[in-house]
Structure formats: C-alpha cells, structure tokens
Design a binder for this molecule. Structure first.
Ligand code: AMO
Length: 418
C-alpha cells in the first residue's frame, strides 16, 4: 500500500507498506525494492541506523520518506526514507530466493506456492491471467451474453461416465461437475445467450503437462448459433482478448518473455477427414473414425502452426448432446493451438427423441437424465456452444510448457496440497 497525500511529485511525503523483494547495500546508500500492491517501489536509505538485522528479503515493512522523481527507479520514482519499521520478519530461511534468475524446480515451487507467487515473474503472469478474464468478460458482455453460475455438485455425469469425482452428498452419492454442459444448454431456453467462467473437475488418471483435475473453463452457449457461427464467435473472441492484452498489458508480457502470437489471419478450418488424410500421407496409417492422438495433433499442429479448427468430427467420438451431421459425422469443432486442444464445441441436439438416441449411442441411461430430458418437452430452441480451457489458453499466451505454471494452486493426480 502506498499513501502519497499530494500525489507522486518531487518532494512530497509518502508512506509505503509492503514486502521486501531485494536489498542492495552500497558504501553510503542502501537500495530496497519493495512490492506494494503488485508494483515495485524503490526505497533509498542514507541513514545506516535505519538498516536492521530484521530487514531482509521477504520482511514486511512500513517506511516513510520523500519522493524523488527518477527514471532510474521502477515506475519512475523512489522514496528517500526517513523512518522505517519492520512489521513482520521471516522466521525461517526461505527454500529459494525469489529474485534468483535460477528458477527452482516446479515441484519445490508448488510446495511453497505462496512464496513462489512473490516472484516478479508470477506477479506479472497472474496479473495477465486476471486481465485476460476481464477482457473475455468484456467481449461476452458486449455481445449481450449473460454471466451465469451453475451447480458444481451434481447427480449425473454431464460428459459421459468416465473421469468423475464421486462424493457423499448427505446420504446420497453425488459428483463434482465435469462441465456446466447440461445447465448451460437448459439456460438458452430462458436467457438465449449465456456464459460461465468456473471450475470443471476431471479425475484424470495420468500426470501430463496439459491436464489438471480441477481446471477453469469458459463456457459459452447460445440459442440459434450454428457450427460456423460458433467458430466465428470463438475466433473473434480469442483475437479480441489477445489484442487487448497486447494493447494494455505489453509491459507485463514483455517481462515474462511471452511469445508474440500471430493472429492476423483467419484461423484455418480443417475437417476431421482432411486431417486424417494428411496424417495418412505424412505420418502413419490411420482409419477414418479413429480418434486423433497427441502425436497426430502435434505433427499436424507443427505443419499448420498457430490457431486452427478441426471440425465435423465423427459422431462416435463426440458426447451424446452433439448434433449429428450426414449420418456418421457431427456439427462439432475443436479449436487448436499447434498440438494443444484449447476448446471444443458444436451444435447441440434440441429434439428430445434424438437426445435419447444420443444417450443410447454413448451407453448412458435415459433414467439418469430424466430431468434434463423433461426440459426438452417444453420447446427447446436450436442451440450451440463451446467450452474453452482458460488454463490452456494461458499456456498459449504466456508460452508456459506446463499447465501448472499458470494456475495458482494446481490439482492433479499427485497434488492436493497446498
Ligand atoms: P471438453 O471436455 O473438450 O468439452 O473440455 C473443453 C475444454 O476444457 C479444457 N479441459 C481441460 N483443461 C485442463 N485439464 C483438463 N483435465 C481439462 N479437460 C478439459 C480443454 C478443453 O478443450 N462440454 C464440453 C464443451 C462444449 O461442448 O461446450 C466439454 O467439456 O481446453
């Protein structure tokens, strides 16, 4: 916290509350960099008596002094300190230096995540993440979408049977929601266009660089949107958010050495069958109808580069609620960045008889979806939508190779604490 009654002007008095990032002692002067509300402030200490053994990296301090305008200090000013108090002193030697250019291993950093989040890299990264979410909301609200919150404790699977986290709900079995899918679809009946930013839970059995047990999904659902409209919308939203980040958060992006994403061209749209042909020609033999593996997607992603869509997937690879197309295919798409799937979506079934067929096709019992099926008897509009993995989007924006880097307290098969 910085209190400067008369603003940041040469000679005015200021008080600062913050924690110490670094201390540099010279013969006659000491320089202390303090973080106050995610901004760095330089303190200059001439009076050696103000320096104490309690003053070290990570100490929380209060200081008072006079402002001097200088472009040598972060944010263009420094405070020449006349009084200083240590409010909280670290009781232990930290397991790593938050200023070190030698970044400790991720697992160690995650064990001490609260401390790790004091690293300037992370302060920049999580500021960018928060801003990205602000710009997503900005875009969606400007298109007249309503933000909603749906239950995360649910009675039946929304994405099919696998990867559910069961829990006891009083005397019944319940599950953590894999996605807001069924609720967001139902909500198009009343609100037409909705979005939700919230957690999804997947009991992912293996530890990979792109899967979490708890991820944040940005879900969009809209009545009357067709497959191509949805891809147009998603592409426009991604470009809007990236442009806003480049316009407004350039400084933080530069500090974390984020890559520059080329979004100048239209994202190419390949059908699933076109991708299969490419794999057959350039990689290995696969059959129409087979799912595409990470290896396939990575090779195809290297070939395409940047963002692209894969559309018209075989129906058998898609959940029960996806609208069939030409018999064995579906009105669906995935948004990819190189080999990484960022989003999937498509047009949905709105006819109750067809929805029952979809449940049967995917081996789910209509009984478990009784309430959801009932809704479809009261005039369900044609609709469609998508789910965008926010954490994966942040990997692309920041250039992180491990999804855990862009999540405050990641959850995976091995990690439940902190
Ligand atoms: P899907 O299961 O493809 O689709 O998920 C949508 C997007 O969410 C992200 N995601 C994950 N991110 C990190 N860890 C995970 N374990 C994880 N699982 C999914 C991905 C993925 O593309 N209901 C549909 C969406 C829709 O049709 O609207 C769904 O959940 O980026």
């Amino acid at each position: 916290m910085l209190i400067a009654q008369n603003g940041i002007n040469e000679g005015s008095e200021a008080e600062v509350y913050g924690w110490v990032l670094s201390i540099r002692e010279q013969k006659t002067l000491s320089f202390i960099i303090v973080y106050e509300n995610r901004k760095q402030v330089q303190l200059v200490i001439k009076d050696k008596k103000l320096m104490s053994s309690q003053l070290k990296q990570n100490s929380v301090i209060w200081a008072k002094g006079t402002i001097k305008i200088t472009d040598k200090a972060p944010n263009g000013f420094e405070i020449h300190v006349s009084s200083l108090k240590v409010l909280s002193k670290p009781k232990k030697l930290p397991p790593f230096n938050i200023m070190s250019t030698d970044v400790p291993a991720l697992d160690l950093r995650l064990d001490f995540r609260a401390l790790d989040l004091r690293r300037p890299y992370n302060i920049n990264l999580f500021t960018i993440r928060s801003k990205a979410l602000q710009y997503f909301r900005e875009y969606l609200i400007s298109k007249d979408f309503l933000e909603v919150q749906t239950p995360k404790i649910i009675a039946t699977a929304s994405e099919g049977g696998a990867a559910l986290f069961p829990l006891m709900y009083y005397d019944k079995q319940a599950f953590l929601a894999q996605s807001p899918q069924l609720y967001k679809e139902e909500l198009t009946m009343s609100f037409e266009r909705v979005f939700e930013i919230g957690p999804i839970f997947r009991a992912e059995p293996s530890r990979t660089l792109k899967h979490l047990s708890e991820a944040i999904s940005l879900d969009v659902e809209a009545a009357f949107y067709k497959n191509e409209d949805l891809m147009d919308f998603l592409e426009d939203m991604i470009k809007y958010v990236i442009n806003r980040l480049y316009e407004k958060e350039g400084d933080a992006l530069k500090r974390i050495k984020a890559p520059t994403l080329d979004i100048s061209k239209k994202f190419p749209r390949y059908s699933y069958s076109e991708v299969v042909s490419w794999i057959n020609k350039n990689l290995e033999e696969i059959h129409e109808g087979e799912d595409l593996s990470s290896k396939h997607l990575e090779a195809f992603g290297d070939h395409v580069e940047g963002f692209y869509f894969i559309k018209d997937w075989p129906l058998k690879l898609k959940p029960f609620y996806i609208q069939p197309k030409d018999g064995d295919y579906s009105n669906s798409f995935d948004l990819m960045y190189r080999g990484l799937e960022l989003s999937s979506g498509g047009e949905r079934v709105h006819d109750p008889a067809l929805l029952r067929k979809g449940l049967k096709r995917t081996g789910l019992s209509a009984k478990g979806f009784k309430y959801h099926l009932e809704v479809y008897n009261y005039g369900m509009p044609p609709h469609g939508g998508f789910g965008l993995g926010v954490d994966r989007f942040m990997m692309v924006v920041t250039g992180a190779e491990n999804i855990r880097e862009v999540v405050l307290y990641p959850r995976d098969v091995r990690r439940l604490v902190p």
